[in-house]
Design a protein around this ligand. Sequence first.
Ligand code: SF4
Length: 357
Amino acid sequence: MELREETRDKAILLIDKLYNENDLRDEDLLWLLDNMNKKEKEYMFSLSKKTRDKYYGKNVYLRSLIEFTNYCKRECIYCGINAYNKKANRYRLTKEEIVEACKNGKSLGYNTFVLQGGEDPYFTDEKMCEIIKEIKRIDPNCAITLSMGERSYESYKALKDSGADRYLLRHETSNPDYYKWLHPKSVLDTRVECIKNLKKLGFQTGTGIMVGLPGYTNKDYVRDLRFIKTISPEMVGLGPFITHKDTEMREYKSGDIDTTLTILSMVRLLLPKVLLPATTALASIAENGRKAGLDVGSNVIMPNLTPVEYRGDYMLYNSKKSSGSESAQALNMIKNELDSFGYICNMSRGDSKMCVE
Ligand code: SF4
């Protein structure tokens, strides 16, 4: 009995230390992951929410997501649009369609456009730079986020020089052996180098992981948390692993919401000013997934403004949540929903407080 009380005291002590110092020794993070009970997790969630409120208030930043190509040369074994999935219905948006989607987003009030795609060699630097410049012509003050995988330093530089502001490149796992299994023909070191190059070039950089990968251990999560803390990205995209029926990981179990919320909460506490989306994957595994993410400290959502005719083909995993967010009516629904949760829909550029202060 006494020992149990000591354990409970230790949990609260460590959670408070994480909240106050925004860091913990690796062994303490591991101890928390191994030992926290439901009540203690709820306590940690309340502190990560409080941390988000301290820097961002109740603001939830809306980004318009445009999935512009589902061609991909890579073979990530968990992904529904990897190169070897012959069943995927491939599409590419034209430059005009991408720009039109951004114009539509701008008319709805969006000020950040996230261009996300597979690693598609069709989109050369020349084509991408043209697209970026064209979007900036709609509004020079808007923010452009790119998420299109690994490229050379020179390529990232060209994209930056053309006006791209942010780049998302999740590392997915910082366990090198696990990374190799998930990404045949790729190595973690290359990924990390790309992330460092993006930082060096002045991109607001995002990285992140999948939570609930088969056989993943709490030690792996601690390694990921330490990696994220050390890299200190402006954004962290973090969602549950969800299986896709046409991949070799189809038989595995998907990640669960509880573990995802726990890791989200710890990221917020380790990096208090980070921009932390409540991801579509999170919304896809549980009815209340998005709200639950916001309630542990997330502060970004990315409504999908990809033209409707392509949207069903960007299937990285099964049961991906989708809605007709391209209309003013749908946007009002999002605003009303956020309002009912007690949050404020913020459609400004929403730069990370890590770079504006
Ligand atoms: S996860 Fe990204 S890089 Fe990997 S196959 Fe899917 S789209 Fe391509």
